[in-house]
Write a protein that binds this ligand. Sequence first.
Ligand code: PLP
Length: 410
Amino acid sequence: MALINENYFKLKAGYLFPEIGRRVKEFSDSNPDRKIIRMGIGDVTQPLVSSVLKAFHEGVDELGKAETFKGYGPEQGYAFLREAIAKNDYQNRGINISADDIFISDGSKCDTGNIQEIFGFNNKVAICDPVYPVYADTTVMSGKTGKSSEIGYFEGIIYMPCTEENHFVPELPKQKADLIFLCYPNNPTGTVATKEELKKWVDYAIENKSIILYDAAYEAFIVDESIPRSIYEIEGAEKVAIEFRSFSKTAGFTGTRCAFTVVPGSLVAFDADGKEHPVKPLWNRRQSTKFNGVSYPVQKAAAAIYTEEGKKEVKKIINYYLENASIMKQKLLEAGFTVFGGENAPYVWVKTKNNMSSWDFFDKILKEAGVVGTPGSGFGPSGEGYFRFSAFADRENVIEAMNKIQKLFQ
Ligand SMILES: *Cc1c(COP(=O)(O)O)cnc(C)c1O
């Protein structure tokens, strides 16, 4: 008899985006001539930049010639890309990460989920609320939790509310957490963590022998020099943190697929007897066994981001999205909203007015302004009463949507 992994039954059905889709469809079916502006999902809208495209094409052409054909590549990624990352993202910023610590993959979503399997079942996992849903769902799938409560909290997970009071950076948990997911710049709140705030977490991890799983998918949006772009800017972090980065939002690779995970050689975890073991060989073993690398043309395209031209082109697109965010923030402030994020991040996190629920606000701006955003409550109970607008949209639409919302709430 084939038994299934019953942990999957504990998961709630994918609810947020299907429900948004359902409500938008219902509205557009009954109002076919109304324009709808979508600022809901976290997917990029600008095309690949020309240096990336050129390298991508070259990579494809190389595969078509006997002299330059390539079969399986290294599971950890090609050296040219790992070295470009180590040099540009870390060493040039004074961070001691080597090419050998970098593992190229097809996405941070996959990596933040897959990383769970190299850690034991008895780890206590700490997760922010509101949050990117992947961390909690993969913790459930891997069998580390009990059932879900009424409000959607799983037994066994330590939830860390991120609120206006704590500036959306959680307080250290009172319970001892072994694995801690943090994401800055944050999705969904668009907020960032300062060096001091991250240092608290690194110190906590050192003291408790925990590991921080740091999702820096939006690192490229940081323009404020004082905000850390990597957890490894904090002293001691290389002993207690894994960092996830992705080219998805940095360079429009959501459809192309390329990301990387940093597992420093000095990072350790413990066996049941309390004996220390390096983590890197386990991740290397996992990837070598279950993953066969990212395609050569894609890695070549990703490496082009680190050329002088590539850097300039990519920065221009990041700035375009950041300007969108800034316009959104400004217009929402003018309309009297309390607004968070929207600087150093592509998301704006808005408090609804008059204690309106996230879904009521969603329905109001859909029906009365034709604008789609994401209800904050969909990211966790602490997101109730908030709303996320994504800056991944075209400028004209951003301006039109914000003008309509201003009018609505004047
Ligand atoms: C978009 C996003 C990612 C990137 O995922 P990919 O699989 O690399 O496309 C990772 N983390 C968060 C929080 C995100 O919003």
